[in-house]
Design a protein around this ligand. Structure first.
Ligand SMILES: NC(=O)C1=CN([C@@H]2O[C@H](COP(=O)(O)OP(=O)(O)OC[C@H]3O[C@@H](n4cnc5c(N)ncnc54)[C@H](O)[C@@H]3O)[C@@H](O)[C@H]2O)C=CC1
Ligand SMILES: O=C(O)[C@@H]1CCC=N1
Length: 274
């Protein structure tokens, strides 16, 4: 891709996307990341060989795409500091911040801009990300293709046509890796309680998660059917699944994802954008 991409912020999410882009053949020389402190920038420069800059506006001066990857609480100040250069240059803006509406970002950046809101996740770092994207009315088909190309370099891209659905995407896939990491922790602990060495239990749990996800992706059966195929009548899996169901796992997952989406809405309210 010939486009020059500047990341404002060089933390977990920016590093995950940058790493995935480079693994997928994007040129490090077309990527710049910014942060107020060199302490954050030195590791990403060493790791990825990209340009770095402590001056956000200078880094945006050459960019075709600007990825806003700072904490939501900092976004307003960051955007207002970029207003002049963004209005001159008019790059495609892609925000990965949870909660913040495209309209607020556009307003803070001076108005009338093409803004894509993206909710990615950290497995982007290993090329297995999942991102939900929403485009405001100013985004052209060409810019949609550009955003798709950029995010597809690090995984699955799903566009949503209603912005409010990004809160649901946050609940399922944005925060989702943490639920599976929790599950891995719990399965390792349970394996250790049953006598396995911790490393063995961890490797078995990780490979099982990977295998189950791959099977679910590749099979034309639903997860419910695949689950039933593991459950021999009167066997071991049936006993474990009965326990999870009667302990309310489905209800707990539903409540957890609802709490997650509610927090995304609350964050937007706290930042005075709704
Ligand atoms: N961590 C995750 O799994 C996900 C995070 N997000 C979103 O990504 C965004 C970033 O989150 P993380 O990467 O986890 O945070 P982080 O704390 O790891 O990174 C934030 C970065 O912003 C930099 N920064 C702070 N002030 C700045 C400024 N004035 N100018 C330029 N850079 C500045 C920091 O130095 C740091 O490099 C958030 O808005 C979050 O909602 C979205 C999806 C998943
Ligand atoms: O926890 C958070 O707020 C961010 C957004 C989605 C994943 N991490």
């Amino acid at each position: 891709m010939a486009s020059r991409v500047t990341f404002i912020g060089a933390g977990n999410m920016a590093s995950a996307i940058i790493g995935g882009m480079i693994d997928n053949g994007f040129s490090p020389s077309a990527i710049t990341a910014t942060s107020p402190s060199d302490a954050f920038l030195a590791p990403v420069h060493e790791r990825f060989g990209i340009h770095t800059n402590t001056d956000n506006a200078a880094a945006v001066g050459q960019a075709d795409v600007v990825v806003l990857a700072v904490k939501p609480q900092m976004m307003r100040d960051v955007c207002e500091g970029l207003r002049d250069v963004v209005q001159r240059r008019r790059p495609l803006i892609i925000s990965v911040a949870a909660g913040l509406p495209a309209e607020a970002l556009e307003h803070w950046l001076g108005g009338d801009l093409a803004v894509v809101r993206c909710m990615p996740n950290t497995p982007s770092l290993v090329g297995a990300g999942a991102a939900g994207l929403f485009a405001n009315a100013n985004v052209s088909d060409e810019q949609r293709r550009l955003a798709t190309e950029l995010l597809e370099a690090v995984g699955l891209v799903e566009w949503v046509e209603e912005e409010s659905l990004l809160d649901a995407v946050t609940a399922v896939s944005g925060s989702g890796p943490a639920y599976f990491f929790l599950m891995l922790e719990a399965m390792e602990d349970a394996g250790v309680s049953l006598g396995l060495p911790a490393e063995t239990a961890r490797r078995l749990a990780m490979q099982t998660a990977l295998g189950a996800a791959k099977m679910a992706q590749q099979s034309d059966k639903t997860p419910a059917e695949l689950k039933r195929n593991v459950m021999s009548p009167g066997g071991t899996t049936e006993r474990a699944i009965e326990h999870l169901e009667s302990a309310g796992l489905r209800r707990i997952m539903g409540e957890a994802l609802e709490a997650c989406a509610a927090r995304a809405r609350e964050m937007a309210d706290e930042l005075g954008t709704r």
